[in-house]
Design a protein around this ligand. Structure first.
Ligand SMILES: Cc1ncc(COP(=O)(O)O)c(C=O)c1O
Length: 373
């Protein structure tokens, strides 16, 4: 029987119109989905598409999670223990630190805190898609300042965009997908514009230097970090950031009260206690990155860019990057291919274990000759 109280209406009419047009973030597929789609077992798959850590978390994380017995209690909304442990790790007072359900969540909170609909932010493209995504959700306008041919920042372009009113400049260093880092002089020039600079150091453990120590002296610098890459906790979602004190207070106020779950908190504490093991693995990944770079230089249809992160960007030369990606997939090897105009002739390869490099190189050599120009 028809419900008399029910009127015909289209709930989509009530949605913020700009969100109906949202392109969305281009995510990677989970291993089990990929395996099933292509008829492989999960073990046969070489997953080099998500910049994850092939060694996984520290064994101490598994032990700590197994022994933890307060899963039924809500986490501390002020995240005191984790913030203090991070303060000791970074050498930055805990009042500057906020943790999140991945650093992605912190990007969303930053956009929510600073960007009203119609405000502008600067994105130095090509870069990580999440900056654009959080701005779009908030209704903010994104000014894209294209990086130079070597992927360094176009400082004049950034200065001009801030001069025209942009409030935030997002910078990843090392940058995803290009792998290069910004210098202290470049950061100084961007800070001098007076805009809020969000420096995303998701991959900094694979490079030489962090800017996090500058945060207490800088009114307009936020540095974001994560446990997803160096500590192998991508699936648990554990990110953090160092903020000017007043901003950290506001972040804590506007975030969801229990944003970082207890499992992630336990894992972060155990990871920090087992830094030595994790840093050894980081060193192994860096060594493998350098080997992969040398090997890729011998692949005639790829131009590989040097990297300070756990991945290497390659431009396809004389072959179609999308086809190359597809052919690797058919062999169970997953790398990242982007659909954006700036990146569509590139693939990004996450550095895996030595055996992953070997399989990738064998596949590239086998596929190479048969690729259409
Ligand atoms: C530059 C950059 N920042 C942040 C993230 C996401 O970090 P998290 O897993 O902590 O959300 C990624 C993930 O690929 C990234 O490439």
């Amino acid at each position: 029987m028809a419900d008399p109280a029910r009127t015909e209406m289209d709930p989509l009419r009530l949605v913020r119109p700009e969100l109906l047009e949202l392109l969305g973030y281009e995510p990677i597929e989970p291993v089990d989905v990929l395996a099933e789609e292509l008829g492989f077992s999960a073990e046969q798959i070489v997953k080099l598409d998500g910049n994850e850590n092939p060694y996984g978390p520290s064994p101490r994380v598994k032990e700590a999670l197994a022994n933890f017995d307060l899963y039924h209690i809500y986490p501390d909304p002020e995240q005191r223990r984790v913030r203090q442990a991070l303060a000791d790790y970074l050498g930055v007072d805990s009042e500057h630190i906020v943790v999140g359900n991945g650093s992605d969540e912190l990007l969303g909170i930053i956009a929510c805190l600073f960007l009203s609909p119609g405000d502008t932010a600067v994105n130095c493209v090509p870069t990580f898609g999440m900056y654009d995504f959080v701005c779009q959700i908030g209704g903010a306008r994104v000014v894209e300042v294209r990086r130079r041919a070597d992927f360094s920042l176009d400082l004049a372009g950034v200065q001009e965009a801030v001069g025209e009113g942009a409030k935030i400049v997002f910078i990843a260093s090392p940058n995803n997908p290009s792998g290069n880092a910004v210098s202290a002089a470049e950061l100084e020039a961007v800070l001098a514009t007076g805009a809020l600079v969000v420096m995303d150091e998701a991959y900094v453990e694979f490079s030489d230097g962090s800017f996090v120590g500058l945060v207490p002296q800088q009114d307009n610098l936020i540095v974001l970090r994560t446990f997803s890459k160096w500590a192998g906790l991508a699936g648990l979602r554990a990110g953090y950031g160092a903020f000017p004190k007043g901003i950290a207070e506001l972040m804590l106020k506007v975030k969801m009260p229990y944003n970082m779950n207890v499992g992630a908190q336990v894992a972060v504490l155990a990871s920090l206690e087992d830094r030595e093991t994790l840093q050894q693995r980081v060193r192994a990944i860096v060594r493998e990155r350098e080997r992969l770079l040398v090997e890729l230089a011998t692949v005639p249809f790829l131009q590989a860019f040097p990297s300070e992160a756990n991945f290497i960007l390659c431009r396809a030369r004389g072959v179609d990057a999308g086809e190359l990606w597809q052919r690797l997939r058919q062999q169970g090897i997953f790398v990242r291919h982007f659909s954006t105009p700036l990146m569509k002739d590139c693939i990004r390869i996450t550095v895996g274990k030595p055996e992953h490099t070997d399989r990738l190189l064998a596949a590239l050599r086998e596929i190479g000759g048969s690729l259409a120009p």
